[in-house]
Structure formats: structure tokens, C-alpha cells
Design a protein around this ligand. Sequence first.
Ligand SMILES: C[S@@+](CC[C@H](N)C(=O)[O-])C[C@H]1O[C@@H](n2cnc3c(N)ncnc32)[C@H](O)[C@@H]1O
Length: 217
Amino acid sequence: MAELFDNLIDRTSSSLSHPTGEGIVIDIGTGDGLFVYQSARQNPNKFYIGIDANPRPLEKVSEKIHRNPAKGGLPNVLFIQAALEDLPSELDGVADEVHVHFPWGSLLQAVATGDEKALRSLRRICAAGAVLEIIIGLDPERDRSEIERLGLQPLTSAYIEEELIPRYAAAGFEKLEGGVLAQTEWSKIKSSWAKRLKGSAGRTLVYIIAQVPVVHT
Ligand SMILES: C[S@@+](CC[C@H](N)C(=O)[O-])C[C@H]1O[C@@H](n2cnc3c(N)ncnc32)[C@H](O)[C@@H]1O
């Protein structure tokens, strides 16, 4: 299985120059931006873009990144208010990694049903060879009303392999893997929602990893 949660790119992106020379990482549904902020601190030669439809959770972290570096400022981060369904065209083909962690609402519906239009939006922002990582944490009991509202199927290994993966493949992703993660994986995820939900025994953690084909010249 590919390595999860860990800033998968350690190669030099052909499309980029310093200080983004190790790649551009886009986190969609970034929430309070914790994953983006912590990853950007650890990887100063990657550029991180956190995107969320809701501007409110982005307010604090957007202010923080503009401070003096000694006070938490970071030059390699940008936050954008946008929905997956309406990503700015300036992002087309720029991402070397795309992350979607603990999606909810329309974002959850898009990635958990393999919605064609949404998957094409994800594909559109990817550079050649980009890696897509999706982590979904659902509790069939506690999240029942949202699951029913969004019309989600149970995220079993069979559903992921037989239904979802072919939809991701049709949208232009390859080398697809998906399945259920062990509870021990919670602690590895840099995410406020992972921290919030990790005590919940009934919650299953599901992942999908995919790659955009590399262009050989
Ligand atoms: C449960 S939070 C997870 C936040 C963060 N990824 C984390 O792990 O802590 C889900 C986020 O998805 C965002 N979201 C929901 N639908 C979206 C959409 N269509 N496009 C972009 N963001 C969306 C919500 O505003 C919310 O901040």
C-alpha cells in the first residue's frame, strides 16, 4: 500500500521553481487548515494551498500565515475560499498532491459516490503524476442522517473496489487503491477532525489513493 498522510512527493516537480520546487499540495475541504499549516512548516520547499467552501474556519489561520515567521508566519501557504464544484481555473494542472480529509456535506457526497463532475474537478487541478489521497471517517449510527441525506452506500471494501474505483478511473485517475484503515492510523493524520473523532469506536476510516498518469516525453 502507498504511504498515507505523509506528503507523498519527494521528487522535484518539473513545473515548479524554488520555493515550490518540491511540489504544490492542495487540501480541499481544509477546515481550519491544520494539515496545511503543519505540513507547510515541515516542508518549506513545498507550497500548500488550503481550500474550503466555508471561509469562517479559515479566518484564524489565514491571519497567522501573514505574521512574522518568528510568530508563526509561513511564506509557503495560501488559503482560498472555493467549493470543489467551482475551483478557480488558475489551479488547473498545478497540484502534485491533492488531499481530501474527513469531507462532509457536498464534498463527502462527491468523493464517496464518485460523482463524475466532482472527480473531473479534482482531476483538472492535478499535474501529471499527481497523487490524490482521500480519507473518509464515517460512523454508520452517529452519521446516519447525513448518510441518508446524501444517499451514501456503506463504504465497504467491495463497494470501494467494485463501484468507486472504476468511477475514479473513468475520471482519469490510475494506480487506484482503496480500503479500510486500522484504528491505529488515526494518530498519523494531521487533522483537527481526526483529533476530534479518534475516540469513536464505531467510526470506520476509509481511504482512496490514486495517481494521475505520468506523461513520458
Ligand atoms: C469535517 S470538515 C474537515 C476539515 C479538515 N479537512 C479536517 O480534517 O480537519 C469538512 C470540511 O469540508 C468543507 N466542505 C464541504 N463541502 C465542500 C465543498 N463542496 N467544497 C469545498 N469544501 C467543502 C466544509 O466547509 C468543512 O470545512
